[in-house]
Design a protein around this ligand. Structure first.
Ligand code: SF4
Length: 248
């Protein structure tokens, strides 16, 4: 059994953080959360999100400019030689599966949806390479449709540490978050949890001393610095466009 490092938080032993206060503090810290995957519309976001699996936003952002320059529409990407697409997306990892998925999704969009990304969960999830997380991200970010909460590795970790969910699966964690957060917080509130996990509540060595949620968190390690407002301001400065760290 692995030995837990001293700097890692224990599982929550106290009551869960109050979701309302969590959402309020994070809204101060990250007033306008933005998706750190570069995109210009729903289709480019969908493709970038498929490519981001087991990769980082930063790596995907180095690949997509050439990809969309060579293949600017769903039809163009769907018709491209597979090996050419694989070469472009190679650096994101799992390039064969990803090339197949983005071409399959693009073909379905071109042939079944008149070249436009569908705006409903069932149609999105019917596309190759698209699971609920990707569908939620596209619906929320591209269309501002609050279909659910995007649950990735960061949101999973933060939700568990805050005591907002004790579940192990993304599906159940999403249900817990949707119950605790009002629907008008599902998009931005969920995105803020993700960014907190990416910048502060790190998998190894969370920066609890800098966390604007420290007083609320049942998993906190050590004492926070200054007021929560000061920590929120610090986080706001860290979450700047173009500063996306690796996702680990
Ligand atoms: S970084 Fe914040 S949310 Fe994460 S464990 Fe520490 S206090 Fe809790």
């Amino acid at each position: 059994m692995a030995t837990r490092k001293k700097t890692e938080p224990q599982l929550p032993s106290g009551p869960p953080a109050a979701a309302k206060e969590v959402a309020a503090r994070l809204a101060v810290a990250i007033p306008a959360p933005r998706c750190e995957l570069d995109h210009k519309d729903a289709w480019t976001l969908l493709i970038a999100t498929i490519l981001s699996a087991q990769s980082t936003d930063r790596t995907v952002n180095t690949v997509t400019p050439l990809l969309f320059e060579k293949y600017p529409t769903p039809a163009a990407l769907a018709a491209a030689p597979r090996e050419d697409v694989e070469a472009v997306v190679h650096r994101t990892g799992f390039f064969r599966n990803k090339a197949k998925a983005i071409q399959g999704a693009s073909l379905a969009i071109a042939q079944q949806h008149d070249g436009a990304v569908p705006k409903d969960m069932a149609a999105l999830m019917a596309l190759p390479g698209v699971a609920r997380k990707t569908a939620n991200l596209v619906l929320g970010t591209a269309f501002r449709i609050a279909s659910g909460v995007v649950v990735d590795t960061h949101v999973t970790r933060v939700a568990q540490r805050l005591g907002l969910s004790a579940a192990k699966t993304a599906e159940k964690i999403e249900q817990d978050l949707c119950q605790r957060l009002p629907q008008d917080q599902w998009i931005d509130g969920g995105h803020r949890l993700l960014l907190l996990g990416r910048y502060v509540c790190l998998a190894k060595g969370p920066k609890c001393e800098d966390c604007p949620l420290a007083e609320l968190c049942p998993s906190r390690v050590g004492d926070p610095l200054g007021s929560w407002q000061q920590r929120a301001e610090h986080l706001q400065q860290a979450v700047q466009p173009g500063d996306a760290p690796g996702e680990g």
